[in-house]
Design a protein around this ligand. Sequence first.
Ligand code: DC
Length: 230
Amino acid sequence: MKQITIAIDGYSSCGKSTLAKAIAKELNYIYVDSGAMYRAVTLYFLENHIPIIDLQRAADEGVLHHYIDKINISFENNPTTGVSEVCLNGRNVEKEIRTMKVSESVSMVSTVKEIRSKLVKIQQEIGKNKGVVMDGRDIGTVVFPDAELKLYMTADVNERAKRRFAELSHKGITASLEEIKINISQRDYDDTHRSESPLIKADDSILLDNTNLNEQQSLEFVLDLISKII
Ligand code: DC
């Protein structure tokens, strides 16, 4: 069967990765969570006590590469779930990157052009043979502008906060619903207003608002689109 590239962009916590994983499982495609890559880079700066506020200045002064060159981002398969998990310099950091501390800092890290270029290159390399589902903010616009299927996802912010709260509680990560909602709203603003690869709907992407859809309904909607393409 013809292999395609599926690009899923959208707002924070609207079910992009849940949907992307389900599609990848259904089609036996590679799944890549590009947000996890930005989170892993953020974790590197936090763990090494490198102030995130100074990254742009370091980039302007031409010295940011001293840090960036020390960061290696890769994925490894979790044999229990069958899903790929992100590694920072060879260490699986899938859990550490979901903390509120990382969530609060990642938007600023993702505004830095040099960091984006490094991660986009890795993403394009992973997807060069197609058969990939990738979710993020710039996948259909920058990473894979020729993707055969592009989705642009959104959902009501209260619903998204509730979903994130349930997900974090399930993982044993403590955060209040209000704190999560504030963080999501702030990231919505930051992601859509930054100058470098902002979150925007590609002209050829299909809008999916899943506020009132469950996971199965969203999956069926997309599988129907895919069957028309392949
Ligand atoms: O998908 P996520 O919420 O885990 O992503 C974390 C942050 O990373 C998000 O607030 C913006 C940034 N990001 C990005 O700028 N570009 C991507 N392709 C993916 C994520």
